[in-house]
Design a protein around this ligand. Structure first.
Ligand SMILES: *Cc1c(COP(=O)(O)O)cnc(C)c1O
Length: 332
């Protein structure tokens, strides 16, 4: 892979830390050593994984002469917040289309990311019912903007196309270099798997560099099978775009569908336990929608003895803690 040939904006100025979690590892029985990759500390207002993907996508938008970004997400979308934040940074307008995946969940006065949409000055916010064709909805907004003489560029949900996923192929390279420097042999990388750009990009990067580290995705919305198909397709496209010459085997994709609970963004008991445990052992904040559920799945696998004693494991912290403040009632 030669990722240097793709234009990007340079939002990721330095590598994010890999830290050992001694207290958390001990709280889980001490048989495995758990490390965390702190992508919650990426630059961008509030941190989180979308910055790596937007680095490539917004470079493409500017190359194509755009003056406005249009994107979509759920009502408490970290991706919408970060797209807006980088748009502000670049002097671009930004319009958001929010999908109300849980009926009645859009509250104009809500805290968390919703508060930040307003503080950061979103050009417009349109809310559409769950299940709406989001690309078409964004096209409608873009058509309206074009009629006013603007040059909109549409970024798909989560910036999860092959171009955006390159950001996580780059992160995979970053992680293998760091692990080499620390001298650490990792058995598996565990990450949340949502719109799939993170999972697909890491997979493409690990596969493309023959690192042989398994990548385990914890689903936040879909079933195991649906998510594995989504990840496989995007990871294959990403690997191809990155110039990886061998096709990705389907066996490289592993997703766990058991930790979603009743649906996307809906709380589970084990998510609350995971968020609370990491806060109280390491003072690191997770989020209720993605990293909390992914960590709950990881904790369950560790407790079930899925990893041999002595294994080093790396959890990719994709951010999202600004959303915590929209879910205060859960943690009372
Ligand atoms: C978007 C998001 C994810 C999921 O990443 P995808 O690339 O969409 O799979 C995980 N964690 C947080 C905090 C996110 O905002």
């Amino acid at each position: 892979m030669n990722l240097g040939k793709f234009p990007r904006r340079g939002y990721v100025r330095t590598e994010t830390p890999i830290e050992f979690l001694p207290n958390f590892s001990k709280a889980l029985g001490g048989k495995v050593n758990i490390y965390i990759k702190r992508d919650d500390l990426l630059p961008g207002c509030g941190g989180g994984n979308k910055t790596r993907k937007l680095d490539f996508c917004i470079a493409d938008a500017l190359k194509k002469g755009a003056d406005t970004l249009v994107t979509c997400g759920a009502v408490q979308s970290n991706h919408a917040r970060l797209t807006l934040a980088w748009a502000v940074h670049e002097g671009l307008d930004c319009h958001l289309v929010l999908e109300e995946r849980v009926k009645g969940s859009y509250k104009p006065e809500a805290s968390g990311n919703n508060f930040l949409y307003k503080l950061l000055g979103a050009g417009s916010i349109s809310v559409v019912p769950g299940g709406s064709p989001m690309l078409e909805e964004m096209e409608k907004v873009a058509a309206g903007l074009r009629a006013k003489g603007k040059k909109p560029y549409i970024i798909p949900g989560g910036a999860s196309n092959a171009l955006g996923a390159l950001g996580y192929a780059a992160c995979a390279q970053e992680m293998t270099e760091q692990l080499f420097r620390i001298g650490l042999d990792i058995g598996a990388i565990v990450l949340p798997s949502g719109s799939a750009g993170t999972h697909a990009g890491v997979l493409a990067g690990i596969f493309g560099s023959n690192a042989g580290i398994s990548v385990l995705g914890m689903n936040v919305s879909r079933t195991k099978q649906a998510q594995e198909e989504l990840v496989y397709k995007l990871a294959s496209e990403t690997a191809e775009l990155a110039g990886v010459s061998h096709p990705l085997p389907t066996s490289a994709v592993t997703c766990f569908g058991d930790y979603v609970g009743t649906g996307y963004s809906l709380p589970t008991e084990t998510m609350i336990e995971a968020v609370t445990l990491l806060a109280r052992t390491e003072a690191i904040l997770l989020d209720p929608v993605y990293t909390g559920k992914a960590m709950a799945g990881f904790i369950d696998q560790v407790r079930k003895g899925a990893f041999p004693a002595g294994t080093n494991l790396l959890f990719l912290h994709t951010g999202g803690s600004p959303a915590l403040y929209a879910y205060l009632d859960l943690f009372k």
